[in-house]
Design a protein around this ligand. Sequence first.
Ligand code: UDP
Ligand code: MG
Length: 319
Amino acid sequence: MDNIIPEFSIVIPVYNEQENIPELYKRLTEVMDTLCTSRELSINYYEIIMVDDGSTDGSWEIIKKLHYDDKRVKGINFSRNFGHHIAITAGLDYIKGNTVILMDGDLQDPPEEIPKLYQKFQEGYDLVYGIRQKRNDSLFKILTSKFFWWILRKFSGVEMPKDQTMLRVLSKRLVESIKQMRENARFIHGMMAWVGFNSANVEIRHNPRTKGKSKYNLPKMFKLAFHAVTSFSAIPLKLASYLGFSSSFLSFLIGLYFLYKKIFFNIPVPGYASIIVSVFFVGGIQLLVLGIMGEYIGRTYQEVQRRPLYIIKESFIEE
Ligand code: UDP
Ligand code: MG
């Protein structure tokens, strides 16, 4: 196995998915064995790279055991939780195959859909997205996710297909270009759209999560949305200047109006309330703008530190 270069590399980020990994392994290897045999490849022509993103349950033990029994399974174990998109990055850093399949470890996107995506991929695309036909999640998840994607598609400045899942097939050259992007604040969906190349969409089924919980809570989603918008556009900074410009223009007009009333009709300008309101209004805008600038400066600081994206505690993977 060691000297065979696999044709397929499957990258799976895993965070506390001990209930899902055994079934995932079983279903995925069945699909991949069939896919390889149908192309007259040996069933050794794929590798499964599971990246354990600092799980606190038994996920890593299960991955170790799988690797022990089946050397096609490789594992990377982080020293702590670094986040979904960083776990994906680590997996992509170690792929050997020419065709890369990316999927989540919670079985919401069924592995049985891979052949469909691969068939499309063979038409010559560098990226084939699995697109959800119908989302099987809680109403809260659907609404927050809809809002999140609305913001992203509107403000991130990169074109991203709607309803995309993590299940996708990528060419090696696309992965190589992603590997060159080493920014800390990672938003994989945006990065994959940013590098260009030809892509296609294929509709796939989406299942409810049967085991384990969603790892994306509201703060995590906010963090990702923020990374996403700030790493692909400076629109929030522009928003600051628009706000500044419009509020000064507005106050200029109001000032003119008061002046006009005072000069021509000698009507005294009513004081306290309007002053307080405008003080708070302007103060609020200033703080908002400062905050936005601060966030960008914070981001810049984080990037110039050039820390490694992740720390590996243990791994079963050849360099
Ligand atoms: N995940 C991860 N690190 C995290 C959060 C999630 O590696 O910090 C993994 C998780 O195990 C799963 C995938 O990323 O395989 C997607 O997470 P999840 O299903 O919780 O997200 P959702 O589908 O609810 O958006
Ligand atoms: Mg999920």
